[in-house]
Design a protein around this ligand. Sequence first.
Ligand SMILES: C[S@@+](CC[C@H](N)C(=O)[O-])C[C@H]1O[C@@H](n2cnc3c(N)ncnc32)[C@H](O)[C@@H]1O
Length: 384
Amino acid sequence: MSRTVEADTGAPARRVALEVLARVEDDGAYSNLVLSPMLDRSGLDATDRGFVTDLVYGTLRRQRSVDHLVDRFLTTAPPPAARRALRLGAYQLAFRDDIPSYAAVSATVDAAPKRFRGLVNAVLRKVATAPVQYPDEATELSYPDWVVELLGADLGPKVTEAALRAMNEPATPTTRDDGYVQDLGSQLVAELVAAGPTDVVVDLCAAPGGKATAVAHSGALVVAADLQPHRAGLICRNVERLGLDGVQVVVADATHPPVRQRAADRVLLDAPCSGLGVLRRRPDARWRLDAGVVERLAALQRSMIDAAVPLVRPGGLLVYSVCTLSRAESIGVDEHVAAVHPGLLALPPPGEPWEPWGRGALLLPQRLGTDGMFIARYRVPAPE
Ligand SMILES: C[S@@+](CC[C@H](N)C(=O)[O-])C[C@H]1O[C@@H](n2cnc3c(N)ncnc32)[C@H](O)[C@@H]1O
């Protein structure tokens, strides 16, 4: 992010950043949900809002790295409010080359609660001058050990390192022709559904409707289902905003879809997943996930795909996608399909920027700076 020192308003923006970080930590709030209303209340201008966004997301992403940098100069654990200011200051010192050290330290000290300013000042001045060194890759890249180990085992260490580095960069928003803001990776998945104007497409996990609305532009009739009523409401709002009349929104469980067998020309199962491909978009997610999430969701994905297969008419297409990079949720689900639904024909994987991955394909986040995705497509054989 480009930001001139002259434009640096100092403490107010950092104070807002500390308030958002406190909400995330104390109330378990999701940073991407609390940030926008708190920015609205702050009265900050657009430049400062962008600055606060980077401070919050950057500090959350780099939490493990900055804790390491700070902890070298602490003898006891600081109170949470002091810890937050230390993290915020260390993030600027280590990851924002455009902010001079003296500005990062003094503005962060000014924004810290009065009683902690001495501590924050003393520690940040040491962080500012000490060499940056990390004990291991997980600390340097700022991910939990289990994420580095799991993806390392699944994708290999080199690919994993590049993916993890890519997911430390801010997401770049892409806007579709219809004005909907959607990551390019998700747009590519929607394209691969390849619906035609006479098709009936069932999207079993559709909220907030990004792929469903993209598919609806083909002229297909889209039945867009989601388990949670409030999330189904998000689909309705997006459909209305885009003025689409070919989308029917349904609240339904994808493991028991209320759809007649063989009724769909195409079924999209964009399943709930661990989200290990979208960690740049959800800066605090890496600290919320636990190591068991991948296996738990892989089991759900297998039961969803079992329920999806009978909905597809002979000759129709089943598209499975997830925004994660774990083997269990990608190749593992495909292996389940091969074992339990041997009659389904896997379509050849799409070409660039996708990479063949089992019988499906992977879109790595380092490839084009998109979200990380997996897709597999299956044809239900038509009768002879
Ligand atoms: C990856 S998101 C879908 C994103 C969506 N396809 C899009 O492109 O905007 C997964 C969705 O699955 C929904 N979900 C979770 N469990 C479900 C279930 N048992 N049945 C249907 N939907 C479910 C979640 O509420 C969430 O909205």
